[in-house]
Ligand binder design. Structure first.
Ligand SMILES: Nc1nc2c(c(=O)[nH]1)N[C@H]1C(S)=C(S)[C@@H](COP(=O)(O)O)O[C@H]1N2
Ligand SMILES: [Mo]
Length: 326
């Protein structure tokens, strides 16, 4: 953990920001000051502490080298009823429309996307609006591994090991005021790094989503920072994305830059694009067909096995109670 000698360009000229915004994790710091891989090449203007840190750094700062969170403790409460999807299968079949609508091409088009360093804004109805680096959240909040099924509204599914922060812990840390009822989340807007943000101008970029506060606080809800025991690859939504396994996959917004607490139900990207096809709650339900296809069964990617779709994607034990009042 390093106190940076001075503010960098991406840091906030916002007086409401709290001091932890000035911290980034060590490998991000090395990257910022251009020392990763340079070992002892110390630039002018660094503090003595920063020089000492640079001297102590390995010649090449390996990804994840700083205070690794892996392997994270696996939460035994969540067990799978089917085999895990292969890592390469999951990493080459992605929905990430900022890059392309072609699932098998996302992994090839994320090259220019730079998910570190990554500033996150916490805004709206909170005690203190703040901006932090994602590394700060990962260091400050508990992380664990969970084996979850993931069900896309398009009727394909996978089963993967996520590593992440239980969102309830994040919400408690963010301290929403008593008026907050929802949390709105927004992805990045970087047309120079994400080619489809430049070409597919009919979409309302950046991608945005939202949850009721009780949904965000549910035991299931995870802010994933890793998958298969390492940091998220870019195509899975690096460096931090939502995971709500009882909902269709479009709710699980990738590469989040902003969390905004609000008293009004937020608009969502897919609901704005096609309101009749994608509702706000988007809870998995085999009995409610999509207007253009059935949701009764799903296809596991990799094996192509067909499975019956389960209500709440099999997570009713945790999620059903959220909707007792509708
Ligand atoms: N920012 C952003 N988040 C997104 C999407 C997207 O296009 N952009 N697609 C969603 C959809 S439809 C699904 S099914 C999941 C896919 O996650 P995966 O590629 O990690 O399996 O991400 C969701 N999150
Ligand atoms: Mo999806």
């Amino acid at each position: 953990m390093v106190h940076l000698p001075r503010r960098r360009g991406w840091e906030i000229p916002d007086s409401s920001a709290t001091p932890e915004a000035a911290f980034v994790d060590r490998r991000d710091f090395l990257k910022l000051v251009g020392l990763a891989g340079a070992g002892l090449a110390v630039g002018a203007g660094l503090t003595r502490a920063a020089r000492a840190l640079a001297a102590a750094a390995p010649a090449v700062a390996a990804p994840g080298a700083a205070r690794s969170i892996y392997p994270a403790r696996r939460n035994p409460a969540f067990v799978l009823d089917r085999p895990l999807t292969g890592e390469q299968v999951a990493a080459t079949y992605n929905n990430f429309y900022e890059f392309t609508e072609q699932k098998d091409a996302v992994a090839r088009l994320v090259g220019k996307f730079e998910p570190r360093p990554w500033r996150i804004e916490i805004a709206g109805m909170v005690e203190t609006p703040r901006q932090v680096d994602v590394g700060y959240l990962i260091r400050s909040l508990p992380v664990e591994e969970r084996l979850y099924r993931h069900r896309c509204v398009e009727a394909w599914a996978m089963a993967v090991p996520w590593t992440g922060i239980p969102m309830r812990e994040f919400v408690k840390w963010a301290k929403p005021t008593s008026s907050a009822r929802f949390v709105r989340m927004v992805s990045f807007l970087r047309p120079d790094e994400a080619p489809n943000q430049k070409t597919a101008t009919w979409y309302p970029w950046p991608y945005y989503e939202g949850l009721r506060l009780e949904e965000a606080m549910n035991d299931l809800t995870l802010l994933a920072v890793g998958i298969y025991g390492h940091d998220l690859p870019k195509q899975h939504g690096a460096p931090i994305r939502l995971v709500t396994p009882w909902k269709y996959g479009f709710k699980s917004i990738k590469s989040i830059v902003r969390f905004e607490f609000t008293d009004r139900q937020p608009k969502t990207f897919w609901n704005d694009v096609a309101a009749k096809e994608y509702d706000f709650l988007a809870n998995v339900n085999p009995k409610v067909p999509h207007p253009r296809w059935s949701q009764a069964t799903e296809r596991m990617i990799g094996s192509d096995e067909r499975r019956p779709t389960l209500p709440y994607n099999g997570y009713g034990q945790w999620a059903a109670g959220l909707y007792d009042k509708g």
